[in-house]
Design a protein around this ligand. Structure first.
Ligand code: FPP
Length: 321
């Protein structure tokens, strides 16, 4: 792939999203400033602050969730207008399921059902494909049926894939992945008529259990890792969301409460994301000692350590030893 994109080839490489004209004037103003070659592929959002939004207005928490569901649709539509390939929303955690009052959990389930029933047409109009991650089999059957229906109704869409994390916990996801890997290995040992121990001895544990294989058994195996994780309501927490997948994601926290979050704010978060320098554990572009420029005949480590010691430690300490 060419890295020296000249203005002309750069322009050729850019595919302007055909539905960008549907953005609001405010959204379009921000969108116009984005580098279309560096749009994130996957944005994941921790939607937080529904309760506080309601509390500030002396309303019941339920109404905050209801308003939050409206925000979901606004944000999804903006994402689809800019051709964002993957949008993942943390809608209901395992902890929410276990620790919230029953009445709130059952309201959230009803809200999800109403959202799906009420918005499948709009999802189709926006070419959005609906999927889910989480221990969804533990949700009430009626909710699962509606979820499956919405997934099937939108399966043909080719634009944004909207993934709702439902009854989701990241540690549980990693445990589920480890269990699934183990059961595949046990099945294979059974088929080959040997013990698991024998199988691992022949193949070597490293070849049967590595990062790639674990990732392939996560709920998210079919999608790229998130480039940008947004959290609303100002809390500096990850809350057991996509722990493995967000290893190199850029994190954007806004004080705005989720029911006040709109497509415009998604675009502003993307704008901030584009100002970050992603290094993936390497050296930044501006670093003066990138490997390309460095003298590859490295000095022995002992010599370097001694030089540093002489430069940094006060003379008195050096002489005292
Ligand atoms: C956090 O707010 C949010 C949730 C527990 C659930 C998120 C749900 C929605 C946005 C609405 C429904 C979603 C869909 C997809 C229909 P909180 O109650 O923890 O807020 P607080 O921290 O201010 O109390």
């Amino acid at each position: 792939m060419r890295s020296d994109l000249s203005p002309i080839s750069r322009r050729d490489a850019i595919r302007i999203p055909s539905r960008a004209v549907e953005l609001s004037p405010e959204e379009f103003a921000v969108f116009g400033q984005l580098d279309l070659l560096r749009l994130p592929r996957h944005v994941a959002i921790i939607m937080d602050g529904n309760g506080r939004w309601a509390g500030k207005r002396a309303l019941k928490r339920f109404l905050g969730h209801q308003q939050g569901a409206e925000s979901v649709q606004f944000v999804v539509e903006t994402a689809s207008r800019i051709d964002l390939p993957w949008l993942t929303l943390y809608a209901f955690s395992l902890e929410n399921n276990l620790r919230r009052p029953k009445a709130e959990v059952s309201f959230l389930m009803k809200l999800l059902k109403n959202y799906l029933v009420g918005n499948v047409k709009r999802l189709n109009d926006n070419n959005v494909r609906m999927t889910y991650i989480g221990r969804t089999r533990e949700l009430p059957n009626e909710i699962q049926d509606t979820m499956q229906w919405a997934q099937e109704e939108t399966a043909h869409n080719t634009g944004t894939t909207l993934t709702l994390a439902l009854n989701y916990g990241s540690r549980t996801e990693i445990v589920d992945a480890a269990r699934s890997l183990l059961s595949t290995l046990m099945e294979e040992a059974h088929t080959r008529g040997c013990s698991l121990e024998d199988l691992l001895q022949v193949d070597g544990l490293e070849s049967r259990l590595d990062e790639e294989q674990l990732a392939a058994n996560l709920y998210t195996s079919h999608m790229p890792d998130p480039d940008l994780v947004i959290r609303t309501s100002g809390e500096m927490r990850i809350s057991n969301f996509l722990l493995w997948q967000m290893a190199y994601a850029e994190i954007f926290v806004t004080d705005r409460l989720w029911p006040d979050f709109r497509g415009l704010h998604l675009l502003e978060a993307i704008q901030q994301y584009q100002q970050r320098e992603r290094r993936f554990g390497g050296l930044g572009e501006g670093t003066d000692e990138t490997l390309a420029g460095a003298d590859l005949a490295l000095e022995p480590a002992d010599q370097v350590a001694e030089e540093i010691e002489h430069e940094l430690l006060p003379k008195t300490l050096l002489t005292r030893r």
